[in-house]
Design a protein around this ligand. Sequence first.
Ligand SMILES: [Fe+2]
Length: 132
Amino acid sequence: MSLKWRKELNTGLDWQDAQHQQIFSQLDKLQEAMKLNAGASVIKETVDFLVEYVEKHFHDEEEYMQKHNCTAYTEHKRQHDDFIEEFSTIKAVYDKQGTSTVTVMRLHGLLSDWLIQHIMQIDRHMPEHCSA
Ligand SMILES: [Fe+2]
């Protein structure tokens, strides 16, 4: 599966598409850093990025869904909460131990599997479940 942004992932909501492109670009940086074995600063950047990103992005989506009476709200929010829980676990280990191969792999797995799947399967269809 390609982890590059592509236009089929567009939801048609400009703010949401722009935020999604940011996460792809951060994942790209992380993957480059892993290839070059140039980890620590990019890992820190990715963790810091996610702390802010998750709060802003999930909040914006959830607020949009509530304002627009989106029918899939509960399931969608549950997925966001699962992500936050998993990320918090990884971050707690990172805060204690710093960069390690396990943390890098878990962070990469979280971004590439969960988040990208979420964007493709849930976010992409979000506007269909909402009133304008
Ligand atoms: Fe979402």
